[in-house]
Write a protein that binds this ligand. Structure first.
Ligand SMILES: *Cc1c(COP(=O)(O)O)cnc(C)c1O
Length: 224
């Protein structure tokens, strides 16, 4: 067992505990360790100290690590921008959750491929909470309509909730506000079956949890 990784994970879990207890004793938060910065060896070390869910942002890297770690029952998440020409490959790797579904167009393409293969895929709708045009995700104003349209038109995609990257700002209140807006969307989508609100990264996960996040994606704080 690698004590350094155990300590890092323990410290993160303690911070998450504090934040989630502030919301409610019943508020459970899942950790997805973002492994895009690292290799299979390090993933295995984190696995050995108890981490099970890992997130990758490039299909090629995901494929490599997936095959190197095939013997471990890792729960893989895909969190990066998905190009159409990588869709078939991604489906064949059977991720447990695609967190970065970010347009109707991608949903349509993905659904066609899934239908051809007779498969289903769990996904989150990515929301561009900071409204920066170069960032991925649907605009907050459109998120509910887009979510419902995907539910209605694309039955091979199983939408489970929403994902967002918080606003990149030194002003805590602005970061908080961006999470709050996404949470309000998530709340409205619960009647449509949404159960995952994935928000919070290494620099802002405590704020995200206090605004209702139940899934955090942590990279640099776990893996340096
Ligand atoms: C890289 C990445 C993360 C992790 O970022 P850290 O700040 O290193 O924790 C989380 N979510 C997404 C979508 C990412 O691309």
């Amino acid at each position: 067992m690698d004590l350094e990784f155990r300590d890092r994970l323990d410290r993160v879990i303690q911070s998450i505990e504090k934040a989630r207890m502030g919301v409610s004793l019943h508020h459970i938060v899942k950790i997805v360790a973002v492994s895009k910065y690292t290799d299979s060896h390090t993933i295995q070390k984190l696995y050995e100290v108890g981490q099970r869910a890992f997130g990758e942002s490039k299909v090629q890297d995901f494929e490599k690590k997936y095959s190197e770690l095939e013997n471990l029952p890792i729960e893989w998440h895909f969190i990066g921008r998905l190009q159409k020409n990588k869709v078939n490959k991604l489906i064949s790797l059977r991720p447990s959750l695609l967190q970065s579904l970010d347009s109707i167009e991608l949903a349509k393409y993905l659904n066609e491929r899934l239908e051809q293969r007779g498969e289903k895929l769990n996904a989150l709708l990515q929301i561009n909470s900071s409204r920066e045009p170069q960032k991925a995700g649907v605009a907050p104003e459109q998120a509910i309509d887009v979510y419902q349209e995907i539910l209605e038109r694309f039955p091979n995609i199983r939408l489970k909730g929403v994902m967002a990257i918080g606003k990149h700002s030194p002003v805590v209140d602005e970061v908080r506000q961006s999470f709050r807006e996404v949470y309000q969307i998530y709340e409205k989508l619960q009647k449509d079956g949404a159960s995952i609100c994935s928000m919070g990264m290494s620099g802002d996960f405590e704020i995200a949890i206090s605004e209702g996040s139940n899934m955090v994606r942590l990279g640099s704080i776990l893996i340096r």
